[in-house]
Design a protein around this ligand. Structure first.
Ligand code: FAD
Ligand code: NAP
Length: 556
């Protein structure tokens, strides 16, 4: 069996694309904007910058566009927000012409879509692939950023935009002996590009988050035996995925703008058409509650946490919604002991709800076993498998479905230095601090897309990305048109914003479990609830900040 440590980190840049940029490769390049990343955010940023007459380059460590959808090629990977919503809205022709085939598009289909967007708007010529941004230093005297890469080019830019992704820094757990394993080691977020055939293998999956829940049913079909190592049991609600009905597509495309607007008014910027009652649990009698739960389960997916309006606010309401899922697990899983281990005991929706296709039923297969790490923790990985306190599991392949250093991981891997050479890592030592999730005091002309302190990962990310990209690029155009060069968040506005985000999160049940929203999955990471619940309110606040002459920012 080949050692596959290299596959954990993906492939290097492709020569064909690199060739286009070869001529710019030895010197420092002056641009208005350096965009870091070429996923949904980076692509739209490039397009908007060009449209506004700003020169921009995107730098991407992967060898093609796609971001999340370039890296996460594990079996079963697909979106958990419906395809007709999880797509750009900025171009009417694009959204009319692109045909999604399934309710929840697969990773290859989303990657094709992003490739199509890159070609359609001729974006690749301004993307430097296979190149990692390693540092960004603000030169106060010149009011410019010096951007360093691991290649032989560096960049001198007025603005730097971190489109580095909230879930792009894959996490391998610090399990003793992890690198001693001699079989196939894979991380879901760095899945190889070439097909992986697990047929006949003894596979171990560590983790039971969304990536695991999507891949486990498919791996179980291929593997000789699958052992799932579960630390925290997970709530999963069925996707009820299906081919999209042409009439349904036509109805939405008939007035796509209205559909998009309705979703932007929804708390998480998606799901406006879901037939939910819009009542708190206490406003319903037992019959109505049961009907609401059945109907939310039948609709499927993430909208389940909206079955009552107070699911994420009131522990009693949450317990009813959580209890319903536990009952369903009992119905689906035939072995009562396995069902008991699969039943989560935390608040539903506190960790991101998983959207599954046959996840719980997979445990009825004779070739699947579940190890509860709370009963028998992992002691070590060795050359031939995983040893728990109870036994040794012989494995040919270990799949690390162990998630990401979310929201801050990829930004902090870059040596970002602002005024007085201050590292961003110092400014964020006690957790990330931003104004509007967009800007950081002491770091002029640096923007983060869907950064901590914005609704970000609690929403349909494409809607959040579009809103941020438009705000950021409109701001750059405003500065140019006003003869200004610099924008910087005020420390006091930032302090108030951080307090506000903490206060809003504190009204919810989100901070009650060890989620990645809190940074709890990364040993040593300061626990701060990073995203801001509530998309429409946030957008209004951004609009008001702009209407008030960029209140909370210093423009010079
Ligand atoms: P990304 O797509 O993560 O792109 C960031 C890019 O920056 C990456 O390509 C990375 O290589 C590059 N980069 C990072 N650091 C550097 C550096 N130093 N130098 C150069 N390049 C760098 N969200 C939803 O709303 N709905 C979903 O259904 C959904 N499904 C998801 C499924 C999976 C498996 C995962 C992991 C996430 C999912 N998300 C979903 C969240 C998803 O990340 C966002 O929806 C969206 O794709 C983010 O786009 P982005 O451009 O901001 O970041
Ligand atoms: P995740 O939700 O963070 O799940 C990681 C899993 O690995 C958890 O079960 C975690 O257990 C476990 N784990 C981590 N370290 C471990 C260790 N040392 N020992 C044992 N178990 C360990 O990561 P993810 O599944 O990759 O998903 C991340 C996010 O990406 C999702 O929440 C979602 O936003 C997005 N995503 C979406 C989809 C989709 O459906 N479209 C699919 C994949 C990802 P604990 O819970 O105990 O920490």
């Amino acid at each position: 069996m080949a050692r596959t440590g290299a596959t954990l980190y993906g492939r290097a840049g492709s020569p064909s694309v690199q060739g286009v940029l070869e001529k710019m490769s030895t010197e420092q390049h002056e641009v208005d904007v350096v965009v870091v990343g070429a996923g949904f955010a980076g692509l739209y940023l490039l397009h908007r910058c060009r449209g506004l007459g700003l020169s921009a380059v995107a730098i991407e460590v992967g060898d093609d566009v796609g971001g999340t959808w370039y890296w996460n090629r594990y079996p079963g990977a697909r979106c958990d927000i419906e395809s007709l919503e999880y797509s750009y809205s900025f171009d009417p022709d694009l959204q009319q012409e692109w045909q999604w085939s399934e309710r929840y598009a697969t990773q290859p289909e989303i990657l094709r879509y992003l490739g199509h967007v890159a070609d359609r708007f001729d974006l690749r010529r301004d993307i430097r692939f296979g190149t990692r941004v390693t540092g960004a230093t603000y030169d106060e005297a010149r009011g410019r950023w010096e951007v360093a890469t691991d290649g032989d080019a560096s960049f001198d830019a007025q603005y730097v935009v971190m489109a580095t992704g909230c879930l792009s820094s894959a996490m391998l757990p610090d399990i003793p002996g992890r690198d001693d394993f001699e079989g196939l080691s894979l991380h879901t977020g760095r899945w190889p590009h070439e097909p992986v055939d697990l047929t006949g293998m003894r596979v171990g999956v560590i983790g039971t988050g969304s990536s695991a829940i999507q891949s486990i049913p498919i791996i179980a079909e291929q593997a000789d035996h699958l052992t799932v190592f579960q630390r925290t049991a997970t709530f999963a609600v069925p996707a009820h995925n299906r081919s999209l009905d042409p009439d349904e597509i036509a109805a939405i495309k008939g007035d796509y703008d209205a559909f998009r607007d309705a979703n932007r008014q929804a708390n998480a910027a998606f799901g406006a058409r879901v037939p939910l009652a819009g009542l708190t649990m206490g406003e319903m009698d037992d019959d109505d509650r049961r009907k609401a739960l059945d109907s939310a389960w039948e609709w499927g997916g993430l909208p389940y946490v909206g079955v009552f309006t107070d699911v994420l606010l009131d522990p009693a309401s949450n317990e009813v919604a959580a209890g319903y899922v536990r009952d369903r697990i009992d119905e689906i899983v035939t072995d009562p002991e396995v069902a008991a281990r699969l039943k989560p005991d935390q608040v539903v929706g506190c960790k991101r709800l998983c959207v599954d296709t046959g996840y719980y039923a997979t445990y009825n297969r004779p070739n699947v076993s579940l190890v509860d790490l709370r009963e028998t923790p992992i002691e070590a990985i060795d050359a031939t498998g995983i040893r728990t306190t109870a036994e040794h599991h012989d494995l040919d392949c270990i799949v690390f479905a162990t998630g990401f250093d979310a929201m801050t991981g990829s930004i902090l891997k870059i040596d970002v230095r602002g005024r007085d050479g201050r590292p961003l890592a110092d400014a964020w030592e006690a957790g990330p601090r931003t104004y509007l999730g967009l800007a950081v005091a002491g770091f002029p002309n640096l923007f983060t897309v869907t950064g901590p302190g914005s609704p970000s990962v609690l929403t349909n990310m494409v809607m959040s990305i579009e809103q941020h990209v438009e705000l950021i690029t409109d701001t750059m155009a405003h500065l140019r048109d006003e003869g200004l060069t610099t924008i910087e968040a005020d420390e006091s506005a930032q302090d108030e914003w951080v307090d506000y985000v903490n206060a809003v999160a504190g009204l919810t049940l989100f901070p009650t479990c060890n989620s990645w929203y809190l940074g709890a999955n990364v040993p040593g990471k300061t626990r701060v609830f990073m995203p801001l619940p509530g998309f429409p309110g946030y957008v209004q606040q951004c609009e008001q900040v702009v209407a008030d002459g960029y209140r909370g920012f210093a423009l010079t």
